[in-house]
Design a protein around this ligand. Structure first.
Ligand code: CA
Length: 231
């Protein structure tokens, strides 16, 4: 039984009913809001497990909704945006959204994003138990010793590759923007640094992925960033 409570924030009635019909059919509980102000109040009063948030709302900007909710809550937020709103999507991820869906989306995509987010929720709960070893598929990171292994093989990473991997691992399931990664690994976020990030990512993947052309662990979001997948 799936009893997570989802807050659906969408002003477009047909899209909202597509989402709620899907949620109902898959045994999620839900509440809906058609405005940003309403979403902030509902998030505070109902304490939902996941928020699905349309970025184009009639009153306040979706990115402001994220900032306001993030000031007190880490609830996973999946943003829904139109294809023309790519920059808004990046701003939303930078403001603390976890993932995104681009309109038009299918019911399968919606359910897949919810599953990824549910897995992320369970990882966040595990993290609360202060685990010192990260395990995901064959990948193992021992934070205390700084050792990384893939199956029985030890990986020899440079300090930057290690920091990059740890950042992705600590945010497994979440899409991290180029800007976020640059700020957290290098302490800067110049647009020109995206090129060097790609280079480090390529060398990390050569060590980590069996087939770097079809990566199993680190997923690329073109023009946006990267995500560590839960295997
Ligand atoms: Ca809208």
């Amino acid at each position: 039984m799936n009893k997570l409570l989802i807050l659906v924030v969408e002003d477009d009635a047909p899209v909202r009913s597509l989402i709620t019909i899907t949620l109902k059919a898959h045994d999620y509980r839900f509440i809906t809001s058609a405005t940003g102000e309403g979403a902030v109040i509902d998030a505070a009063s109902h304490n939902p497990d996941i928020i699905l948030l349309d970025l184009g709302l009639p009153d306040i900007d979706g990115v402001d909704v994220i900032r306001r909710i993030r000031s007190w809550s880490n609830v996973p937020i999946i943003v829904i945006s139109a294809r023309s709103e790519d920059n808004d999507k990046i701003d939303a991820l930078d403001a603390g959204a976890d993932d995104y869906l681009t309109k038009p989306f299918s019911v399968e995509e919606l359910l897949a994003r919810l599953r990824v987010t549910q897995r992320r929720l369970s990882i966040m709960q595990n993290n609360l138990m202060q685990k010192s070893v990260y395990e995901n598929g064959q990948l193992k990171i021992d934070y205390a010793s700084g050792c990384v292994s893939l199956g029985t093989e030890e990986l020899h990473l440079t300090p930057i590759e290690y920091r990059l991997l740890c950042l992705l691992a600590q945010n497994t399931g979440k899409v991290l923007t180029h800007k976020f990664i640059l700020q957290n690994v290098w302490g800067s976020s110049l647009e020109s640094d995206v090129g060097s990030l790609r280079v480090f990512m390529a060398t990390l993947r050569r060590k980590l992925e069996k087939a770097p052309g079809s990566p199993q662990y680190i997923q690329t979001h073109i023009g946006i960033g990267y995500r560590m997948l839960k295997i």
